[in-house]
Design a protein around this ligand. Structure first.
Ligand code: UDP
Length: 336
């Protein structure tokens, strides 16, 4: 029986993709460098390789040992701010190492790949919601690194017959029972807000952090804070598996993944306070560089061609699932 290689399978979203693949009867192999991912996030009992995408010997070995029919490529760096201060890290990992993966796939005759891209390829949106036809004009090196790899995939399709799907994620959020968000340092809104709730309750052993800062209250939005489209990682994961299963018959390759509804930063804080029963204090700071005011997806295409329907679209439910994981793992994968 053929197998699916998940690169970045020890990461926040990758670990859920692995479980969704297994639940739908696929066999899974994971490659992860563990620079960001957690060994404990990988489902027990599946083959795991620690190493870099850019290591052709290791990759060749994996393709020799396993009958890999397709790759879900999620191993990447994903912090906008860091990409601005250290773009080389993003080009080397997200582009150069990604190309190394494509080369080994080509040499080993592996033709199918699902790629994790980002709404950051659109840059400053000209309209909302954003469809896949919206022009791509990234405003940070992270978005650019993802766009370059998207274009490499299309070039490989034309030249070598590669079959691919690119998913442009909006704001991945929430948790599955065994998998949650544990980044070091954490920069994402929902885990930071929940972290504050844990600290307010005195449930974290580590010293107090800096507190929550809302980045900008002067955006042209109803309450002045940014609007984002939060999507549950279980819904994201399901789309990957559906795409892999339908890859040979898809007439389009690029799909947005979001819920089509924008929530403000202040609304997230308010709903998190409700979900946790804790008043969450915050300060107001300046805007964060590279943050568009509004990022909301049209995911009609994924519904139409993949038969994908989000099962957990409700923001309150997304936050609740994340809270359950954070309560069980107050210090991340090291606890719980
Ligand atoms: N945000 C914030 N304070 C924080 C982290 C994030 O106000 O400490 C805002 C950020 O400016 C954005 C939204 O929350 O408008 C979501 O940010 P996140 O980093 O979670 O995801 P991104 O939109 O960058 O992918």
């Amino acid at each position: 029986m053929s197998e699916v290689l998940v690169t970045g399978g020890a990461g926040y979203i990758g670990s859920v993709v692995c479980r969704t693949l297994l639940a739908r009867g696929h066999r899974v192999v994971v490659l992860d460098s563990l620079t960001e991912g957690h060994r404990a996030a990988v489902p027990p009992g599946i083959p795991f390789y620690q190493g870099d995408l850019g290591d052709p010997v290791l990759l060749g070995d994996i393709f020799k040992k396993h009958a890999v029919a397709g790759v879900v490529h999620m191993a990447a760096y994903c912090l906008v701010g860091e990409s601005v201060s250290d773009p080389e890290k993003y080009f080397l990992n997200n582009v150069v190492q990604g190309l190394a993966l494509l080369r080994v796939m080509r040499l080993c005759g592996v033709k199918n790949i699902i790629f994790s891209s980002t709404a950051a390829v659109y840059g400053e949106p000209r309209e909302s919601p954003i469809t896949e036809e919206h022009p791509t004009a990234p405003i940070n090196p992270y978005g650019l690194s993802k766009l370059i790899f998207e274009q490499a995939l299309e070039t490989y399709r034309q030249a070598y017959g590669l079959r691919y799907v690119t998913f442009r994620y909006f704001n991945a959020a929430g948790a599955a029972p065994d998998c949650g968000e544990d980044h070091h340092p954490e920069t994402h809104l929902i885990p930071l807000v929940l972290d504050q709730a844990l600290r307010q309750q005195g449930r974290k052993a580590t010293p107090p952090g800096e507190g929550l800062t809302v980045f900008g209250l002067d955006y042209p939005t109803p309450d002045g804070s940014c609007l984002r489209d939060y999507i549950h990682i279980r819904d994201l994961a399901l789309a990957h598996v559906l795409a892999l299963e339908r890859l040979e018959n898809l007439p389009v390759s690029i799909f947005n993944l979001g819920n089509g509804q924008g929530f403000s930063v202040l609304e997230v804080v308010r709903q998190a306070a409700e979900a946790t029963g804790v008043d969450i204090p915050y300060a107001v700071g300046p805007r964060r560089a590279g943050d568009p005011a509004v990022l909301v997806a049209s995911a009609e295409r994924a519904r139409r061609y993949l038969g994908w329907e989000p099962q957990f679209p409700d923001l309150r439910g997304i936050i609740q699932s994340a809270w359950e994981w954070h309560e069980g793992h107050p210090e991340g994968y090291g606890t719980g």
